[in-house]
Design a binder for this molecule. Sequence first.
Ligand code: NAD
Length: 263
Amino acid sequence: MVESFRMNLKGKVAVVTGSTSGIGLGVARALAREGADIVLNGFGDAAEIESARKSFGGRTLYDPADMSKPGEISAMIARAEKELGSVDILVNNAGIQHVAAVEDFPAEKWDQVLSINLSSSFHTIRAALPGMKKRGWGRIVNIASAHGLVASVGKAAYVAAKHGLIGLTKVVALETAATGVTCNAICPGWVLTPLVQKQIDALAAREKISEEEAKKRLLAEKQPSLEFATPEQIGGIAVFLCSEAAAQVRGSSISVDGGWTAQ
Ligand code: NAD
């Protein structure tokens, strides 16, 4: 019989990349609430990071690894295994955005978006998978996007990276299909985080409209529910993917996008 999807994650160690803000912080909080030990990662104010770390309860680590640096990524996974004993749950969430038409897209921005939003997941998975396989249990959750399934103008690097991340998710799911390790993607639509706030501010400035009006337009253009999804909701889906109910969910992309990609 399938256990309740509110699985007790006590004793499991979860690495959540980019968890100092937004969706990553929401996912880390949700996993911590289920009892997981958390490895927090990302940039930001040292005092705020420390207070987030303390709020989780359980055993926690903060590792400042830069997701554009493969050496720092493998060192973070090795440190988590050494200091907390294992990496059982890996949430690849760190990401950045840059908006420009493809012919104006700075080459160094392309490289930066691809390395943080796509290649970092290859490096974390490569480092964490052997331990998961050895222990016979693991959960890999890749935070992709509606932009992993459909495109928007001005987002060449982001859309390419997120489509790539869904491809990587499927390959890892197939390569682990006969093991206790699963790999899936979550595809959020608009979630009100600092990453999206920047796009709201840019729209408000460009169109000379209020912030509230800019939020409404952003939603109306793409998200039929006309409501933002929340980091807590994404956290809930991540917890579900870590449960036994989700043991045969493999290589899936779960949309949490208010109907964006149903159109
Ligand atoms: P955010 O800007 O609030 O958080 C991004 C996190 O990544 C921060 O913790 C930041 O410090 C970290 N980060 C950035 N560069 C890093 C690097 N080089 N190394 C380590 N950490 C780094 O953004 P968010 O909206 O919470 O986005 C999180 C993920 O969700 C991203 O992958 C994003 O593409 C995806 N996403 C967001 C939305 C949305 O509407 N907000 C929608 C779909 C997908």
